[in-house]
Design a protein around this ligand. Sequence first.
Ligand code: NAD
Length: 323
Amino acid sequence: EKTVVLITGCSSGIGLGLAVRLASDSSQRFKVFATMRDLAKKERLLECVRGCHRDTLEILQLDVTNPASLASAIQRVPEQRVDVLVCNAGVGLMGPLETCSQEAIKAVFDVNLFGTINTIQAFLPGMKCRKAGKIIITSSVGALQGVPFNAVYCASKFAVEGLCESLAIVLQEFNIYITLIECGPVNTSFLSNMQSMDPEGHELQGLDPKTYALYRQYSQHCQSLFQDAAQDTDEVLQVFLDAICTPNPPLRCFTTQFFMPLTRLKLLSPDGSEYVQAMHKFVFSTSNSGQGPAGSGRLYLGGGPGAPLLCVPGMRKDTEQGW
Ligand code: NAD
């Protein structure tokens, strides 16, 4: 019998890639319900699977912020049985907090937090009843640590971490595994899909000059971070696949070790001061703006005074580690 996987946010990026990967599995182990808010965008998914999906893929409309849409998607799944639920739909918001509209802030929480809650609520009773299931969440480094000018995005993703960590404690009684896949930057259209304040745009008029200068600096840092350190979707998908195929996956799986020194700092220095300093240095250090020595093409993750904690040539795993 096939493993039934339902994925949210499949019109692009990680969701699309995961749907294609699972639906094209050579042993046809999966039946994939690839869901998306707007079915007009289904062509890309269909092109990617190119006909090899007759028994393995079904595309459904699902807007995670709309309870009616969620209810009708569930009805389309035979016996409402979903073995693996992948909560992947998400949106970003980047800019100085004082320039973010209430509307934009609420939209982020609607999708990232309430959308995830709605989706889990819809499928949890069935999983409990069957005493089986996996819930996989596309999470983020920004769900574990604050990132400058991403306060709202991080707040929404932190909330999802609290949600899942709390659920995990009880769900083990039901043989249900909940797993957060902690992604660093991934080469998808996430950046271009997200709402972000253009440093040259009119939204920032009236912003104090210091925040403006810092935001400009952050925007550049973000661009080089994505250029130098973003992972390819395929690399990230392997971590999803491992979590789906392992009998008892852990609460968190990391797609990259790149940010681990920063993540560890939170635990090593619970008062937060070391993390705040290290992240500030990583993003705003004027000597190198996060870049390695001129021409090295390397991105440095600095932490505390002295040598960088980690330097990574591109995203290779054989990093020169100083931690
Ligand atoms: P993406 O923008 O290509 O994918 C996000 C998907 O969510 C899109 O298909 C979008 O249509 C969908 N979506 C948005 N609102 C929705 C709604 N109301 N209902 C249903 N679907 C909705 O980018 P991605 O990188 O593939 O993002 C997927 C997930 O990965 C997100 O949760 C994001 O926060 C997370 N993530 C991405 C990165 C990155 O750098 N790309 C890093 C860490 C985490």
